[in-house]
Write a protein that binds this ligand. Sequence first.
Ligand SMILES: Nc1ncnc2c1ncn2[C@@H]1O[C@H](COP(=O)(O)OP(=O)(O)OP(=O)(O)O)[C@@H](O)[C@H]1O
Length: 272
Amino acid sequence: MATPARAQSPAPDPIVRVGGLVNRFGAQVVHDGLELDVRRGEILGVVGGSGTGKSVLMRTILGLQRPSVGDIEVLGIDARSEDPEQRREIERRTGVLFQDGALFSSLTVGENVQVPLKEYHPHLPDSLLYELALLKIKLAGLPADALDKLPAQLSGGMRKRAGLARALALDPPLLFLDEPTAGLDPIGAAAFDRLILTLQQALGLTVFLITHDLDTLYAICDRIAVLADRKVVACAPMHEVERFDHPWVQEYFHGPRARAAQAARGTSEGRR
Ligand SMILES: Nc1ncnc2c1ncn2[C@@H]1O[C@H](COP(=O)(O)OP(=O)(O)OP(=O)(O)O)[C@@H](O)[C@H]1O
């Protein structure tokens, strides 16, 4: 049985701590006393029904949105801080892949990857910027000739990889991915999952991954955080979460799609 997140023993070495989080939009309460730790080096899958506040949670952790109430610490920094130095430090040490890739459409892929490099290292010579962008593009599994293409000239899967290359530009220890496999065909999605896992293992990344993709959860996530009832109702490895006695969890992890994802893997445990 998965333990409700609130009742868990302290997480070993959390890199993100969220405590007592409340987010309200007018009369709508999205989060109410939400607790979550992200452990250093894990891939945490964040799931929940549509509108349960997964993206709002991510934006709040990144400091892009101020919570109504609550404590948020990212890499030891108070994410609610208005100190520009602290804000910059969080930005520099976190990579984000937004759902649509959020690339600048008028810049080439290489120029997109160079944006954070130029912002944080304004004195790097052009030749080095070029080499670094090329390195990140290759790391994200794109061919070198993608460097000079505009986002519109790439496929959806390649655009995701370009967004990932930009997210990795500053070698962040912490990566946020918002539905990275949405819109990809199953083969492209599986390849993207493998890429995330390879990068996480090779670079020692911690990954906060919002997804609806059961295959992704089964294939690469160390723990799954379930958002429901305005809280994280369970946060545990998959084999524990799928047994959690909550209507949404039961529906999601034991519906026809989940059975198909499990069957595809042969077993739902020991998959990494
Ligand atoms: N800036 C905002 N102003 C008002 N309401 C907002 C704002 N941002 C989010 N919301 C509301 O908060 C709720 C949670 O939104 P959020 O985008 O986090 O959901 P989600 O769990 O990521 O959903 P999905 O799985 O559909 O992407 C929604 O009802 C949304 O309309």
